[in-house]
Design a protein around this ligand. Structure first.
Ligand code: BES
Ligand code: MN
Ligand code: ZN
Length: 475
């Protein structure tokens, strides 16, 4: 799919399809289109579509009418409009299209062009079925022409870069866990490094042992897959302190000896979506050639039960020197993240953001709409909220008071790895906060937003739009 900017009025477009937007409160200014809407009794409800054949006054073969509902059109509703526009085009096998510019509340043309490119490109993502040869279809949307008053090419390129980052994130997430192992993620990072000229470093278990990462290694012990600590460095802003993104990379979370119940356990292949999202964000930023310094760190492990797996009651010493009583081997995310977060100190970071499918509790609290965010730096949360709103990939803040931290008390170590039933998302973050005292840090729990279940089962590519936008907003 390629995007082009056009300055020509859309009714002059002589390709497959022209889009015409119609809103509820403004009767259509185009009298001919309005006649068709009346004829079809089409009500321009939000994100409704009506595909027409040849329409008088339009040079294209077809006209796709897309309803906008009531004005003003919010950013959120504009994204809904784009998604239904995309599905209408693919079901009627349109190969090329022109889309007029519309007004979106609190958005400028740059935002509209970038978002349009990102959403349409991301909607075209297709899962690679393992070993299934799908006939390459010759009827796919090849060319999208966006009407612009300015030169929107730059904005479009940004939107495409974000969608490409999301595609990498979704591909890694959707892969089966027997393929997407820690070693596979390390290889993916290495090929990113090759393609975008990044520095790549992969620590093996023996090196992690020398660093004292016993907490991370305890999670991996029951697996026959070796753990990897992956880091990628993108330097495009001199000596400036880098932004560091840390992504949880549990390639399969069985729960370990605290085994999970069987139903839906396959979805624990998505427990590496934090890792996938930081690699996807790296790809997007590198593709944009953004003037920043960015580091991504991925602790990658598999959490399995075995004779040598860690057991409830085990005590391990983390790289920071603090000891942890493992009361539940299924609370493994924080055990790998704590060592990765200590490791981050060596980058002398400006900020560290970790992204993790950390708790089922965040799905109970926030559902699948917002990701949860907790931080030791309110200004960082405020910035993430703004960027999330702009990218339409939002976060909702949960508290991090010391009262919650008390729940992590252990009689046998500096802390326990679980805090009990209450406020599970917050106590998980309190655990991480004990390892992030030396820098400005935020934790984003994406257990609810990284993938969808049921018939729509698949990775979403979130929070790549949020992370990328946040980094872009720092430049
Ligand atoms: N990866 C899971 C969190 C998760 C669960 C994400 C369900 C999405 C859907 C994490 O490792 C985990 O198992 N967390 C436990 C923590 C508990 C043992 C304190 C949980 O949320 O149940
Ligand atoms: Mn778990
Ligand atoms: Zn997990």
């Amino acid at each position: 799919m390629e995007f082009f900017v056009t300055h020509q009025a859309v009714d002059h477009y002589s390709g497959d399809c022209s889009v015409a937007f119609a809103s509820k409160d403004k009767s259509n200014d185009n009298r001919i289109i309005q006649t068709y809407l009346d004829l079809h009794r089409f009500e321009p409800k939000l994100a409704s579509t009506l595909m027409l054949g040849k329409v008088e006054g339009y040079k294209s073969k077809r006209v796709l009418v897309v309803g906008l509902g009531e004005s003003p059109l919010t950013k959120k509703n504009f994204i809904k409009v784009l998604k239904s526009l995309s599905s209408a085009m693919s079901s009627s096998k349109v190969k090329n299209v022109v889309i007029p510019l519309i007004e979106v509340e609190d958005a400028n043309e740059a935002w509209i062009q970038a978002s349009t490119a990102r959403v349409l490109k991301n909607e075209s993502y297709k899962v690679n079925k393992v070993g299934v040869k799908e006939e390459p279809s010759d009827i796919v949307l090849e060319a999208v022409n966006l009407y612009s008053k300015n030169n929107g090419a730059n904005e479009i390129q940004k939107g495409v870069a974000i969608a490409n980052g999301m595609a990498l994130t979704r591909e890694l997430g959707d892969l089966p866990p027997n393929i997407c192992t820690p070693t596979y993620i390390a290889d993916a990072a290495q090929s990113l490094a090759k393609n975008y000229d990044l520095e790549c470093e992969i620590l093996e278990e023996s090196e992690m042992e020398s660093l004292g990462m016993n907490s991370l290694l305890s999670v991996s012990r029951g697996s026959s897959q070796p753990a990897k600590l992956i880091s990628l460095k993108y330097s495009n802003n001199g000596n400036a302190a880098p932004i560091v993104l840390v992504g949880k990379g549990v390639t399969f979370d069985s729960g370990g000896i605290s085994l999970k119940p069987g139903s839906g356990m396959d979805e624990m292949k998505y427990d590496m979506c934090g890792a996938a999202s930081v690699l996807g964000s790296m790809r997007a930023i590198a593709e944009m050639n953004l003037k920043v310094n960015l580091v991504v760190v991925v602790p990658a492990v598999e959490n399995m039960p075995a004779h040598n797996a860690s057991r409830p009651g085990d005590v391990v010493k983390s790289m920071s020197g603090q000891t942890i009583e493992i009361l539940n081997t299924d609370a493994e995310g924080r055990l790998i993240l704590c060592d990765a977060l200590t490791y981050c100190e060596k980058y002398k970071p400006k900020t560290v953001i970790d992204i993790a499918t950390l708790t089922g509790a965040v799905i109970i609290a926030l559902g699948k709409h917002h990701s949860g965010v907790m931080s030791n730096d309110q200004s960082l949360v405020d910035a993430l909220k703004v960027s999330g709103e702009s990218a339409q990939d939002t976060v909702w803040q949960l508290p991090l008071d010391e009262e919650y931290d008390d729940l992590l008390k252990s009689n046998f170590a500096d802390m326990a790895n679980i805090g009990g039933r209450e406020a599970g998302t917050v106590t998980a973050a309190c655990f991480l906060a004990r390892y992030t005292k030396k820098y400005s840090w935020a934790h984003i729990d994406i257990a609810g937003t990284a993938w969808l279940g049921g018939s729509k089962k698949g990775a979403t590519g979130r929070p790549v739009p949020l992370l990328t936008q946040y980094i872009m907003d720092q430049v």
